[in-house]
Design a protein around this ligand. Structure first.
Ligand code: NAD
Length: 264
């Protein structure tokens, strides 16, 4: 089996990364930086997001597991003290795969540029570089509302505990292939009107955001910030691809939610 270890880059994570690599090589596993069967992320959720984006073109072949060198993360549930145990699991036991849904975002342009397609593990957010965001929101090809406000956040179920949660969105179990559309400070008065509640869309329902004016947009895909000009539409839907987690022991989603936000 081929493996890769990715580090947050701080001393603690680098040291642990070297340790994991050396242990796995002792078990005759092959270190491979382009075609790993398993990627071990060492750091925090941010490091895990980097690992996902680095290997996003081989999601069908690569499984992911996260070790946290800070606090418990949503994608990183192994502690540095458990690394020996994790290595033995990876080397000796065929692991179970748990799949989580992803978000597909397609940005199209009105100046003839080629469309761009992205995959998000947490979410996509859209804001203008200057002034309020004014967007027609279409659901399944029908105009639903014209949004005015700070921005919109479209999240995956596993991303529902991230930015979406800060916006008052619901926490969604990742066994549900859905996307959630949440508002950032919408303007609601006698002239402008939006639904005000987060919306959950099932698989195969597409949400299309269509700019009302030609301004520049800041689009985030997880931790990535991208500037887009001449945007014609931003299409969001549940992706065909899924992320595959290597599971060696049960750690139910609701337990993770409780331990991250309430208490151990
Ligand atoms: P960062 O360093 O600003 O960390 C953001 C925090 O979000 C970290 O504590 C991280 O552990 C946590 N986080 C990330 N994914 C999570 C998830 N799925 N569930 C629960 N918590 C999660 O940024 P980063 O580490 O590069 O992570 C980027 C993510 O930060 C974005 O995808 C976005 O979800 C999140 N974010 C949140 C807010 C907010 O809550 N107001 C604002 C900006 C970005």
């Amino acid at each position: 089996m081929k493996f890769f270890v990715i580090s947050r880059g701080d001393d603690t994570s680098n040291k642990l990364t070297r340790k994991i690599k050396s242990y796995l090589e002792d078990f005759n596993l092959e270190f491979h930086d382009t075609e790993p069967d398993i990627v071990i992320s060492v750091g925090g959720d941010g490091t895990f997001l980097h690992a996902f984006h680095h290997f996003k073109d081989r999601l069908a072949e690569t499984a992911f597991v996260g070790v946290h060198t800070g606090h418990l993360g949503f994608y990183t549930d192994w502690t540095p003290e458990e690394v020996e145990k994790l290595v033995i699991h990876i080397a000796r036991t065929p692991f179970q795969i748990v799949k989580y849904p992803l978000l597909e975002v397609t940005v199209r342009y009105n100046d003839g540029s080629k469309e761009n397609r992205y995959l998000a593990l947490n979410e996509c957010t859209v804001r203008t570089v200057e002034g309020s965001l004014v967007m027609d929101v279409e659901i399944k090809g029908e105009l639903f509302e014209t949004f005015r406000g700070d921005g919109l956040c479209i999240s995956t179920p596993s991303g529902s505990t991230a930015y979406n949660k800060a916006l008052g969105g619901a926490i969604i179990h990742p066994s549900l292939p859905t996307l959630q559309l949440a508002e950032m400070a919408s303007i609601n008065n006698r002239v402008y009107r939006t639904i005000g509640s987060p919306l959950l869309l099932p698989q195969h329902h597409t949400c299309m955001l269509k700019p009302v004016n030609d301004v520049d947009y800041q689009i985030t895909i997880d931790h990535l910030f991208l500037l887009h000009k001449h945007v014609k539409s931003i299409q969001c839907r549940v992706a065909e691809e899924e992320i595959r987690f290597a599971r060696f022991r049960p750690f139910p989603f609701w337990k993770r939610v409780k331990e991250s936000f309430i208490s151990d």
